[in-house]
Design a binder for this molecule. Sequence first.
Ligand SMILES: [Zn+2]
Ligand SMILES: [Zn+2]
Length: 234
Amino acid sequence: MRSIYKLLDFIADLFFPNRCPVCDGYIKYDEYICEKCEKELEYADDSYCKRCGQLKCICSSETIYYDAAFSFIYYDGAGKKGIISLKRAKATGFAGLFAEKAVKLLKENDLLSDIDIITSVPVSKRKMRETAYNHAHMFAKMIHRNCDIPVSGKLLSKTDESLVQHELSAEERKQRAAKAYSFTGKEQSVKGKTVLLCDDIITTGSTLNYCSKALKEAGADRVICCTIAMTKFE
Ligand SMILES: [Zn+2]
Ligand SMILES: [Zn+2]
């Protein structure tokens, strides 16, 4: 299965030469990032809390609906550039690079064999119409390529937050954001199951939390979050 993807990457490279997601320089068809930029990535301090995914644990002060959260790098410097290019669908190497690392990390933590389905934080229909692309789902699909666990982009949906956001108080905005994410998949695809929820960045963890709440309410047993980057100062 994986060799087919490699072959497709090789053919695609003949028409659209592969580029580094950070510096935009040319790289080999089977590389995710150039050597120089890879060295510049700043890996997150491993002491962050693996339950809430935060450098300063919030487990005792907030209700966390997900069960574990993993990240790799800080959203800064080369890491920030890589995420931005992934968001613009310009270069998906970042998703590939960290998908390989995610599978390895989940294996090391004895979690990979527990995962039944992989999904991602959704974007709104309007955004999907505009860009026809969800960067978080690109990451989810790349993880699927590395482990063959089923992936679905239809479990969660996001409604459009209206343009009058600035008229709302912080609390109202929070409530609105919470309601924006809903479960729209088939309940049997998550009932009693362990879901891997992917996104590009974790900041406060609230988006992952809203999505996890929706998945749990639909019957998911466990939600494990995996993001490429975390913000440094929160
Ligand atoms: Zn580079
Ligand atoms: Zn914590």
